[in-house]
Design a protein around this ligand. Sequence first.
Ligand code: GLU
Length: 485
Amino acid sequence: MNDRPVRVRIAPSPTGDPHVGTAYVGLMNMAFARKNGGKFILRIEDTDQERSTKASEQAIFDALKWVGLTWDEGPDVGGEYGPYRQSERTEIYQKHVRDLVENGSAYPCFCDSEALAAIRERQRQAKQNKGYDGTCRSIPKDEALARMKAGEPHVIRLLVPDGTTTVHDELRGDVVIDHCQIDDQILLKSDGYPTYHLANVVDDHLMEITHVIRAEEWINSTPKHILLYQAFGWEPPKWVHLPLLRNHDKSKISKRKNPVNLLYYQQIGVMPEAMLNFLAMLGHSMPDEREVFDLLEFIEEFSFKRISLGGPVFDVEKLMWLNGVRIRDMQPAELAARIRDTMMPMDWLLQVVPLFQERMRVLGEFMPQAAFFRQPELKVPANDLLSAIKGDKDPKVMAKWLLDVAERLDAIRDFNPQEIEAAIRGWCEESGVPTGSLFMLLRISLTGRRATPPLFDTLAVLGRAACSQRLRAASTTLKSAPAPK
Ligand code: GLU
């Protein structure tokens, strides 16, 4: 195992905006690969067909490239171990799961949702652990295979034997897990699609991954993965679970407290090399405590030994500081070019210009009018927000509206004007808040102005992450505003 050439991967699921955590884990993987002359692979885990989108997949590629990651194999660059998109590998998983049923490590389960609900109810009454109770384990194999053949709906479950599994994590040492905590995990769903566990293990094996370097939140899945390696008779990779990124209050990083969409930072003009530098400092330290460094220096010093497990804080102030240091280091001509290219890229202009075209007389009017789109942290005063509503108003109630709407927007699949409009109008209808009041409040919260281009187009161009950040900021401002007399 140790003499196998290093092959590592990240395996994001394309179900939303490109997350800063993906870039962080990606950077650590890439540094390890580069340091050891190995390969870094990008695999797309899109087995959740309901939530996966092509737009999200593309945004992952764009965001990771922007920050400076390069992968040796992946859906967009190809490679010898492809396809690198799980939705294109369904037959591979089905074949492998058949092998497991054949060798007795997995079994078909015919329990339908009613049967599962009855099991849960029995467990609730007996105050037992929740989880599948193994009913279908006792079906004789011949009978089970015949029922499968006859087309009876079923899933395939892993047969988890009694006992314990030891996860040896390269950073944490041994973690022993009792199997009573592990459910007979579903491997193949009734629609023939694999679950995360099966697809992840099969791919890591077939793609000859030597080290699985991923976020701490997956450590609970690792015993299941080890059991799968044993069931297949395969040698598992080495396990490295990186510390979880945290908000200032030590909670797991979330968009409620910090923008987590990587592209948001691009949009406000964080420079990719500063972002990379910042990510490289999360949990990993340089030997001389150096804080400003570039990718090659990082790769040079990268080592698991330099990773500390005490949840690194995703400190946006630090990121801004690092960016500022780099700005001061630049030649004015270089800085000017960066400002032009970053703040007014052509694809952005092409989106925004049509929104202003109707009302512009001379070109000089464009920048002041469109400036709100590119402001890093828009601070709208409480009085401006309150002015959105005539007559009686309660800032706390308005604060709650903004949070509710932010949550609605977070859940939209494609962040386009039609879907945004449907989500916001839907919320107004359900909550009984008049659209007139809400629309003005949204407009002011998001732009700081009363007159803007059409609201839903404006939101779409601003993007989900900026909308989320601004609505939450305005909500916080309102929460602490005194109620007007
Ligand atoms: N698809 C998982 C994710 O979204 C992959 C986790 C892993 O690296 O095993 O992060």
